[in-house]
Write a protein that binds this ligand. Structure first.
Ligand SMILES: Nc1ncnc2c1ncn2[C@@H]1O[C@H](COP(=O)(O)OP(=O)(O)OP(=O)(O)O)[C@@H](O)[C@H]1O
Ligand SMILES: [Mg+2]
Length: 242
């Protein structure tokens, strides 16, 4: 197991794959194709932690707060105490101020990276968050372009979150939904951890599988693991764990 302190995800089967959880203060990428379940998986991790008293913030850059909550409730209809946990601010869902309104603002001046970082920083401080979800980095990439500025900005954001002592999950588009044709983009190297969600095409249906690519500072299962999204949360079929 090692001595690294971990934050359990609470997701059925995932902590076994992570040998206990996400190493504390890891900045992790959760990458997958459209509809793979990135938003739902990261949200469930916040929900499970809120239930045991760990506060967090979910920062949606693609959807507004009511839409996030509606989609989560629709998928996870058995999360009865979700509204209470949101109301009591154990899970803060907040799209931030003007710099983070990536979809709405046309004035690129507002996208100054300093503004983005300081807005994220103040969201984290509002409820003393221990876990942060940014959904998604693809939105930031859209704004900053696939330039060295984007890479530098992301590195800056990652080091700010490290300094704030939080564990973060950044969702991202996977360059390919198929594992075999995957080319790793720069994000895969910047982050401490990477979890990929694949939709693997069979002849007449797609199978959903996830894989932990890396967690800095800890070992993890290398197994490609099937998952289902159910009303009571994600279910992983972890039979192959070594
Ligand atoms: N009520 C439900 N029951 C079961 N599965 C559901 C339900 N609602 C949504 N899903 C599954 O969850 C997926 C959407 O999950 P989510 O929004 O987390 O995906 P995503 O990876 O964030 O997508 P995007 O790339 O669009 O942001 C759907 O494609 C569907 O497979
Ligand atoms: Mg999403």
């Amino acid at each position: 197991m090692g001595d690294v302190e971990k934050i359990p995800t609470g997701v059925d089967g995932l902590d076994d794959m992570l040998y206990g959880g996400i190493p504390i203060n890891n900045q992790m990428l959760v990458a997958g194709g459209p509809g793979a379940g990135k938003t739902l998986l990261t949200f469930e991790i916040l929900y499970r932690n809120a239930k045991r008293g760990v506060p967090s913030v979910f920062i949606p850059l693609e959807e507004d707060t009511p839409m996030v909550l509606r989609n989560v409730k629709e998928a996870f209809s058995e999360f009865d105490d979700l509204d209470d946990l949101v109301k009591s601010n154990m899970i803060e869902i907040d799209g931030g101020g003007p710099a983070l309104k990536v979809k709405e603002v046309t004035d690129s001046e507002l996208y100054s990276f300093g503004n983005i970082v300081s807005e994220i920083e103040s969201l984290v401080k509002q409820n003393n968050s221990k876990i942060v979800v940014i959904d998604s980095v693809s939105m930031l990439k859209l704004v900053l372009g696939e330039t060295s500025l984007y890479r530098k900005s992301m590195m800056g954001l990652i080091s700010t979150l490290r300094r704030l002592n939080v564990t973060s999950l950044f969702t991202s588009e996977l360059p390919s939904t198929e594992r075999e044709s995957l080319i790793f983009s720069p994000e895969f190297f910047m982050f401490d951890g990477v979890l990929n969600m694949y939709q693997i095409g069979e002849r007449d249906k797609r199978n959903t599988m996830l894989e932990i690519v890396k967690t800095r500072g800890s070992n993890h299962s290398k197994a490609l693991t099937p998952y289902d999204i159910t009303p009571s949360g994600f279910k992983l079929t972890t039979a192959k764990i070594e």
